[in-house]
Design a protein around this ligand. Sequence first.
Ligand code: NAI
Length: 263
Amino acid sequence: MTDSLFSVQDRIVLVSGGSRGIGRALAKGLAERGARVMISGRDAATLQQTAHEISTGPHLVEFVVCDVAQPDEIVAMVDTVIKKYGRIDSLMNVAGINIRKRAEDYSVEEFDKIIDINLKGAFLVAQQVGRRLIAQRTGGTIINIDSLNSFRPLKAVQPYAMSKAAISAMTRGLAMEWGEHGIRVNAIAPGFILTDLTQKLWSNPTMQAWNDANCPMKRLGQPEDLIGAAIFLVSDASKFLTGQVIYVDGGITCGMQWPIPLT
Ligand code: NAI
């Protein structure tokens, strides 16, 4: 049985940072359920390959090249979506990077790079899509990819954690501003998800054991674990929900674990 409440059928969805990892999984999950999906990223060949591989639903997944650190490319990306489909309904604002270092060791260039992509880029993508949605008078949904770091930052990822805390603030702020246009803005804050971004970190058995001790679900997340929340937020199932950050993290932000067995 399919439930129309959760339908994403024929929704026009742009996934920024859709070439791999979480963006790829979300694009595939939505496309398999009938959404018309365009993925974006920096490299045409990778995007073409991904679009081909995830076109397992009723519609072909399309792609458009866009570096979200380049404001002109963001305008062109959203233009491409409108040219192709005539409108846009949803944005999955996924593109992001991280550089792990002690706070005292970041260069200005490293700080700027993270903020330009994770924060300025995410805002400018949301702004372009928001402008279109307001002009269309159709309403729509914007889903920003936040992080568990916005709630309680880990050590040695300060610019990243700051950028994601700002994504939480942006989610609430845009929800306030655009609610009157029927635009809902929410965020998914993933916990520890196995992707290219985190593969090296989690290949260390000490890290695996630390996660399994602290995560109530006793495992790392897979990108596919986020699809359910994305469908919920894109669909009418969440039609009175806006400005919220949903932590999809196996419960790891719920509390602290005792380091010794309980008697
Ligand atoms: P990933 O490195 O596998 O994928 C990142 C995606 O963003 C790629 O498609 C990449 O091409 C794209 N991207 C990077 N810089 C870009 C730019 N300048 N312009 C356009 N696209 C760009 O990483 P992953 O793990 O899939 O991360 C996706 C999002 O999820 C990021 O925003 C990340 O901060 C967030 N996240 C990831 C977690 C994890 O444990 N993997 C946990 C919490 C949040």
